[in-house]
Write a protein of this length. Structure first.
Length: 260
C-alpha cells in the first residue's frame, strides 16, 4: 500500500493502472504537437513545451532505473546507494530509512534549477517526444518486473522509497504537467480524471498532516495548481473548503505550495 499518512484507499493495482492510463493519454496528446506547439511557453517561467516534454522523459526514467531495495529480494541492504543520500543505511546490515510521500515532495526543494537544466539539455540534443515514449515504455516494463518479483522497496537517486510511493510520485508529475501542457496549447486536456483525483487526495493528505486542519478538496484542478505553486494563496478560489472547521478556511499561505 501507499504511505498510511497519504491514503489507505488506493491499491497498488489501482495506482499502476492509473499510471498506465495517464501516460497513454499524455503520449497520445504529445503526438499531436507540431514544432510551433513545442516552442510555445508554458505556465512555468522559462519552460517551453519542448523542455517540459523532455522533463517528462526524465520523470519516467526515474522509475525505469529503480532497483529493488528489499533485502530479501535484492540480496543487499542498500549499501550500494549514492553517497550522501538520505536513504543511506545507518549501519552495516541496516535497512535504509524509507522516504515517505511527503519526504519525497520535500526533496524537490532547491532543485528546480538543476531539474530545468537537465531537461533543457535533453531537449536540445534529442527528440523530446521520442525520448518520452522510450522512457515511458521502459518505466512501465520495469514496474511490471518489480511487481512480478514482489518488490516493496526501491532505490532511486533520492533514496529508498516504497514502490507504491514512487508510482504515486510519478503520477503526481504526470497529472500536474499534463495540466501545464494543456494550458499551453488549444487542445483538450490530457489529464485522466481518476488519476487527478488520486493526486489531489494525496496532496491534501500531506497538507492536512502538516497543518492539522480538517480540509476537503473543493475544486481539484485549482487545488493541484495551488498545491504545486501554479497559483498563489490569493488565487485559491474554491480549491479547498473547511471540513468540520466552524470558523471557515484558515490562512494556509505559509504551508503552501507543497512542492517547491
Amino acid at each position: 500500500m501507499v504511505d498510511a499518512d497519504v491514503t489507505s484507499t488506493v491499491t497498488a493495482a489501482r495506482l499502476d493502472l492509473d499510471l498506465h492510463e495517464q501516460w497513454d493519454a499524455l503520449i497520445d496528446w504529445l503526438r499531436s504537437l507540431d514544432d510551433d506547439a513545442l516552442a510555445a511557453p508554458t505556465p512555468l517561467p522559462r519552460w517551453s513545451v519542448r523542455d517540459l516534454v523532455a522533463h517528462l522523459a526524465l520523470v519516467m526514467r526515474v522509475l525505469a532505473r529503480a532497483e529493488a531495495a528489499d533485502p530479501d529480494v535484492s540480496g543487499e541492504s542498500g549499501e550500494h546507494g549514492e553517497s550522501g543520500e538520505s536513504g543511506a543505511p545507518s549501519a552495516a546490515g541496516d535497512v535504509p530509512r524509507t522516504l515517505t510521500f511527503a519526504d519525497y515532495l520535500a526533496s524537490y526543494a532547491g532543485t528546480s534549477s538543476d531539474i530545468r537544466e537537465r531537461a533543457i539539455e535533453l531537449a536540445e540534443h534529442r527528440d523530446p517526444i521520442g525520448s518520452a515514449e522510450s522512457s515511458g515504455q521502459a518505466a512501465l516494463l520495469t514496474l511490471r518486473e518489480l511487481r512480478d518479483e514482489g518488490v516493496r522497496l526501491v532505490r532511486v537517486h533520492r533514496g529508498v522509497v516504497a514502490l507504491d510511493t514512487l508510482v504515486l510520485t510519478r503520477l503526481v508529475e504526470l497529472v500536474v504537467h499534463a495540466d501545464d501542457l494543456a494550458r499551453s496549447a488549444a487542445i483538450p486536456s490530457p489529464v485522466d480524471p481518476t488519476a487527478r483525483t488520486i493526486v489531489a487526495t494525496a496532496l491534501l493528505s500531506v497538507l492536512r498532516s502538516r497543518t492539522g486542519y480538517d480540509l476537503q478538496v473543493g475544486d481539484e484542478v485549482t487545488w493541484l495548481r495551488l498545491a504545486t505553486g501554479r497559483l498563489p494563496w490569493s488565487g485559491r478560489g474554491r480549491a479547498l473548503r473547511p471540513g468540520t472547521l466552524a470558523e471557515g478556511l484558515p490562512d494556509l499561505s505559509q504551508a503552501l505550495p507543497l512542492v517547491r
